[in-house]
Write a protein that binds this ligand. Structure first.
Ligand code: URA
Length: 204
């Protein structure tokens, strides 16, 4: 399957990308999800921000990073002087993955196969946007972009390269900050804001 995917030519236009995403059946996640969540933002953005996958709110609204992790990201990005509206914001995986709890849908991490299948779309977005810098939020984004998501905390704050040479600034995912105990969250938010500021400076 991997070989077949790699051989499939990537859609050469935004229209083909949009149509392909809306009808994607490359992995089983399209079935239970409400809708696909494509990347949003200027199509010639200098900065591309890559998260993991849509959550509950994103699945309902069809937009990336609009739920709790997105709101935290927006708050810290504003402090860092990073203009989210000027960036193309997307995810490594474009459908929400969840299991049903008693009251709500519970987010599940995408597996390697789902990330690998959806890489086709992320690669297509990258090829169309041609960003100067990619901000990888967390291990799933890093795995999709570089082929290796291990050792995130050691790689954090560094610039790596995608296979085509595009620089990738590595940092943690904002939902990691949301999961920390209260006494750790202020320092972690400061460190994340510093990463966002460093990434923004790299673009200047
Ligand atoms: N987390 C992500 O990785 N992406 C989103 O779009 C929302 C939450």
């Amino acid at each position: 399957i991997r070989e077949q995917l790699n051989e499939t030519p990537q859609p050469a236009s935004w229209n083909l990308l949009d149509a392909g995403l809306q009808t994607c059946t490359r992995c089983p996640l399209h079935g239970p999800a409400t809708q696909v969540v494509p990347g949003t933002g200027p199509r010639d953005a200098a900065l591309m921000i890559v998260g993991e996958q849509p959550g509950d709110a994103e699945d309902s609204l069809g937009q990336p990073f609009v739920g709790p992790a997105g709101q935290l990201f927006d708050r810290l990005a504003a402090q860092a002087g990073l203009d989210r509206d000027a960036a193309f914001v997307t995810n490594a995986v474009k459908h929400f993955k969840f299991k049903h709890g008693t009251k709500r849908r519970i987010h599940q991490n995408p597996n390697r196969s789902e990330v690998q299948h959806c890489k086709f779309w992320l690669d297509t977005e990258r090829a169309l946007v041609k960003p100067k810098l990619i901000l990888a939020l967390g291990a799933t984004a890093l795995a999709s972009l570089t082929g290796d998501g291990n050792g995130l905390l050691k790689r954090r704050g560094q610039i790596e390269a995608a296979p085509d040479g595009t620089p990738i600034f590595v940092t943690v995912h904002p939902s990691y900050l949301l999961r920390l105990p209260d006494h750790e969250s202020a320092a972690a938010e400061t460190a994340f804001t510093q990463d966002l500021r460093a990434a923004t400076n790299h673009l200047a």
